[in-house]
Design a protein around this ligand. Structure first.
Ligand code: HAM
Length: 440
């Protein structure tokens, strides 16, 4: 066993899997740009107060799951458990969020929560997310949800379910909270310790309890959609009609309260039946009060975040994970010192031409070098020994077809890769047309 191992709840993403990660991240970026989002990168840690204020002091994340530490000057800092609060902070600090502006931002990066590790739940995990500031229009909620669905479509994942709810606003949330408390108060003695504690501190979180013994009590709990004020009710109706028009399939879910306190009105999740209890691949919603709570002018906002580890898992299970890391175009196999020198020179020239290429630096036999070329998924190998150095020509092997042909050192970087034109220009050196090589 290795002397040091990755900290509990973290995972190395190894070269064999990186191709799949890049495929997912590239897809996210493409879709975000398609919908006019701009990237923002915020620090991995922020002041602890920022997260406590925004996510909510009584949430599991703030109470139990934050990586909090003091720096050398005694400031309390926390590794970001999510990015929404950080994006609001950065947006306000850099004037990206202002009352009369409309701003669409996205991010991709690691988040940190001290949770009990299990399948789909890590202590360092990765999210790709978006945040939009400056519109209260339910049409924007529809656009954000449509984009999430399109993103999963673009990854080849169509068998996912969108769960939708409205959690109301400052006006209607207190009434709903009261109704939930009243409903659970006579039952809570028979429920789990967490639920008993949440009854006073954060009763809506009871609805999200996963304990088997609590489930029968949850089934008949009051639904927030039944307690919405007129404005929230209209917002929710409009959103549903926009989603219907866009042919987005969703399921109304009264239990969907989300684990963060900042949500208002729309709350949604994208869930996969292929994952176990940690089945949400994406979670989000509206948070119309957060910007003001963090010191800005009242600005409506909405966003979501996708859990990338869970997407990787679903893609693997759906057998859609065939995105290998990129392979080499050319591998130079050498025998003897003179050949190594020639190969090194060819490699340098090849890389200048943009040909991903490599050679052996560890003294491998020719057979072992050919195996290495295979492992590196090289499309061609070029075998150079003493005789070849003397002749200035060697055998180029197409690794897929095993076809072999004699190619001169001069041509090996051009011919197989369709770069003859580049070669002519390079040979000419830019005569302005007089050489007859078409290099003008
Ligand atoms: P969240 O529901 O806490 O929301 O996280 C979003 C997604 O991140 C989850 O659906 C899940 O896929 C993934 N995730 C969360 N915790 C873990 C974990 N421990 N291990 C692996 N994956 C995890 C937020 O973070 C909000 N900031 C989303 C948002 C953006 N709402 C508005 N804007």
């Amino acid at each position: 066993m290795a002397k040091y191992t990755a900290p509990r709840g973290t995972k190395d993403i190894l070269p064999a899997e990186v191709g799949l990660w890049q495929f997912i991240e590239d897809n996210c970026r493409d879709i975000f740009f398609l919908y006019n989002y701009q990237e923002i990168r915020t620090p991995a840690f922020e002041s602890t107060e920022l997260f406590a204020r925004s996510i909510g002091k009584t949430t599991d994340i703030v109470k139990k799951e934050m990586y909090t530490f003091e720096d050398r000057k005694g400031r309390s800092l926390t590794l970001r458990p999510e990015a929404t609060a950080a994006v609001v902070r950065a947006g306000l600090e850099n004037n990206l969020i202002a009352p009369d502006s409309f701003t669409k931002l996205f991010y991709i990066g690691p988040m940190f929560r001290y949770e009990r590790p299990q399948a789909g739940r890590q202590r360092q995990f990765h999210q790709a997310g978006v945040e939009v500031f400056g519109s209260a229009d339910p049409l924007l909620d529809a656009e954000v949800i449509v984009m999430a669905v399109k993103l999963f479509d673009s990854l080849g994942l169509k068998e996912l379910r969108v769960d939708l709810n409205s959690v109301g606003c400052k006006k209607c949330q207190p009434g709903y909270r009261q109704a939930v408390q009243d409903y659970f108060r006579p039952k809570v003695e028979k429920m789990c310790a967490d639920c008993r504690e949440r009854l006073e501190s954060n009763p809506l979180r009871i609805l999200d309890c996963k304990e088997q013994g609590c489930q029968p009590f949850l089934a008949t709990a009051p639904a927030s959609a039944q307690h919405l004020c007129e404005e929230c009710d209209l917002h929710f109706k409009k959103l549903r009609s926009y989603l219907d028009n866009a042919k987005v399939k969703y399921q109304l879910n009264d239990r969907l309260v989300r684990g963060l306190d900042y949500y208002t009105k729309t709350a949604f999740e994208v869930v996969s039946s292929q994952l176990g209890s940690q089945n949400a691949v994406c979670g989000g919603g509206r948070y119309d009060n957060l910007v003001e709570e963090l010191g800005g002018k009242a600005t409506p906002a909405i966003g979501f975040a996708i859990g990338l580890e869970r997407v990787v898992e679903v893609l693997k299970q759906a057998k859609l994970a065939g995105h290998d890391s990129r392979g080499l175009l050319l591998y130079l196999a050498t025998i003897g010192e003179p050949a190594k020198k020639v190969a090194f020179d060819l490699l340098n020239k090849g890389r200048e031409l943009g040909i991903p290429s490599d050679m052996d630096y560890t003294g491998k036999s020719l057979k072992a070098q050919m195996k290495a070329a295979d492992r590196l998924k090289a499309q061609y190998t070029y075998i150079i020994g003493d005789d070849e150095v003397a002749k200035g020509t060697a055998v180029l092997k197409n690794m897929a077809t095993s076809e072999e042909r004699e190619v001169t050192f001069e041509n090996v970087l051009y011919q197989p890769f369709g770069l003859e034109d580049v070669k002519e220009e390079a040979a000419c050196g830019g005569c302005g047309g007089s050489c007859g090589n078409n290099c003008e």
